[in-house]
Design a protein. Structure first.
Length: 411
C-alpha cells in the first residue's frame, strides 16, 4: 500500500483538519471500504474526531455509508460496523496528454475511470496556440456531453512532452514538437477557468500508476514510456522524483554503445529502441529482403511498428530477431536503472501496449543478465493496464492529486 504521511507536526488546527481529511480520502481511494474505527486506529485519532470528519464528508457527498463491515473481519463474530466508501462520481478532473502528433483529452472521476474522452491529431507545424485552443474546445465539450456539474470539476492536469518547469507550468522545450517556452498552465487556466497543473508526460504516467493503477503498494517505482522517444517517470513514497534540475528520468539518453575507433559515434537507448529507430532497422531489412513477409505487408499498409509486429507474428524471423535485439538493449538500460534506483516495480507503456510477448521476454532476460547481484530477480515488471490512455488518466491523476487528494501538498 502506498504510504500516506500522517504526521501533522508543525501544522495549525486548520491545517491538521485538512491533513486528516486528505488522509481519509486517500485511504478510501486505496481501500474499497473502511470502518470508522479502522480509520481512527490507522490515522491515530479519536473516533469522535473521525465521526465529525466523516459527517462533513458525507454531507459534501464525497463519501457514502453503505453496507456493513465486521470489526474483526468475520461474519459471525463482532459487532457490524458501517462501511465507508469513496463516492467516485462526486468530483471529476480533466486529463490532457500532449503527445507527438496526437492529443488525448478525458474527463475522469475520482477513481480515474474515463467518463468521456476524445483523441485528435495535430500537425507538428501547427502553432501551439491553435493546438491549445482546440484542446480547450474539446475539454469544454466533454464536460457538456457528460452532463457533469462544472462546479464538480476540480481542475485539469496536463501531461506534456519535453522539459517542464512544474512551478510555472511552462513547457521549456519539447524537441519532438518544436515548442519553446510555451506557458501551458497560464494559457489553459485562462481559457478553461479551472486550476491547471502541468508536468512531464512520463512522470504523469508514473503518478497515475502510483495513485490509481498498479503501483499503489510500491514505495519506489518507475514508469518507462517508449514511443517517439524514451523517458522514465520515477516515484518515491507516492511523490514524483524530479532530481536536482528537474531532469531525472531521461533514460532515453543512456549511452549503450560507443565506437571507440572513431570516438565520434554513440548509440543511446532512444536511437536503438524508440519507434523511429525500430522502423529504421526494419527499413534496412526491406532493402536486404525485398520479397519477404515484411515487404508484402509494407506494400499493403506502409512500414510502421504495427506492420513490423504483424510480420514477426506471421513468421518473419528477421523481424523477430530485430525486435529481440532491440529489446535486449532496452533490458540493459533497465538494468542500469535497477542498479542505480532499485525500484520495486517498473511499469511499461507506449510500444509495450502492442504485442508485448514479442519483446518482453528478451527485455526481462537482458535485464536479469545485466542487473547487479539478484536485484533483477526481485523486480516486478508489468505493462500498464491503462494502455494508450495512460497519459490522459495520469494527467487526470495529477489534477486529482493536487486539487483534491492532497491540495496542500507542496512541490
Amino acid at each position: 500500500m502506498r504510504k500516506i504521511q500522517t504526521s501533522a507536526y508543525g501544522i495549525n488546527s486548520s491545517g491538521i483538519k485538512q491533513h486528516n481529511i486528505s488522509a481519509i480520502l486517500q485511504r478510501l481511494l486505496q481501500k474499497e471500504s473502511v470502518s470508522r474505527v479502522a480509520l481512527a486506529n490507522w490515522l491515530g485519532v479519536s473516533t469522535a474526531t473521525i465521526t465529525n470528519l466523516v459527517t462533513e464528508l458525507v454531507a459534501q457527498g464525497l463519501i457514502v455509508e453503505e453496507g456493513k463491515i465486521r470489526s474483526n473481519g468475520q461474519a459471525s463474530v463482532g459487532r457490524p460496523q458501517k462501511a465507508l466508501r469513496l463516492a467516485p462520481n462526486a468530483r471529476y478532473a480533466i486529463g490532457i496528454h500532449i503527445d507527438v502528433g496526437r492529443m488525448f483529452v478525458a474527463l475522469c472521476n475520482l477513481r480515474g475511470a474515463v467518463i468521456q474522452k476524445e483523441v485528435f491529431e495535430h500537425r507538428l507545424q501547427t502553432p501551439w496556440r491553435s493546438v491549445m485552443d482546440q484542446t480547450v474546445e474539446v475539454a469544454q465539450d466533454l464536460i457538456e456531453r457528460s452532463a457533469v456539474d462544472r462546479s464538480c470539476v476540480v481542475g485539469a492536469g496536463v501531461a506534456a512532452s519535453g522539459l517542464i518547469d512544474p512551478r510555472t507550468g511552462v513547457n521549456i522545450i519539447a524537441p519532438n514538437l518544436d515548442w519553446h517556452n510555451v506557458p501551458i498552465r497560464a494559457y489553459l487556466q485562462d481559457q478553461l477557468s479551472l486550476p491547471v497543473e502541468v508536468e512531464n508526460n512520463v512522470r504523469v504516467m508514473a503518478l497515475g500508476e502510483a495513485l490509481l493503477g498498479q503501483a499503489t503498494d510500491s514505495k519506489v517505482m518507475a514508469f518507462i514510456y517508449a514511443r517517439i522517444g524514451v523517458g522514465a517517470g520515477l516515484i518515491v513514497d507516492g511523490q514524483i522524483y524530479r532530481g536536482g534540475a528537474a531532469g531525472a528520468g531521461e533514460i532515453g539518453h543512456t549511452v549503450l554503445w560507443l565506437n571507440r575507433e572513431s570516438g565520434s559515434e554513440t548509440r543511446t537507448l532512444e536511437t536503438l529502441f524508440s519507434e523511429p529507430a525500430i522502423v529504421a532497422g526494419a527499413s534496412e531489412l526491406l532493402t536486404r529482403q525485398p520479397a519477404g513477409i515484411l515487404a508484402r505487408k509494407a506494400r499493403r499498409s506502409g512500414l510502421s511498428l504495427e506492420t513490423i509486429f504483424a510480420a514477426a507474428l506471421e513468421g518473419d524471423e528477421r523481424c523477430a530477431r530485430l525486435l529481440a535485439e532491440r529489446a535486449s538493449y532496452f533490458g540493459i538500460a533497465l538494468a542500469n536503472l535497477v542498479n542505480v534506483f532499485n525500484p520495486e516495480l517498473i511499469v511499461l507503456g507506449g510500444i509495450f501496449t502492442h504485442e508485448r510477448d514479442l519483446i518482453l521476454p528478451a527485455v526481462m532476460q537482458s535485464l536479469r543478465t545485466h542487473a547487479f547481484a539478484n536485484l533483477g530477480d526481485h523486480l516486478r515488471l508489468h505493462v500498464t493496464r491503462f494502455g494508450q490512455e495512460a497519459g490522459m488518466i495520469g494527467a487526470a491523476a495529477l489534477a486529482l492529486d493536487r486539487f483534491f487528494y492532497r491540495p496542500a501538498h507542496s512541490q
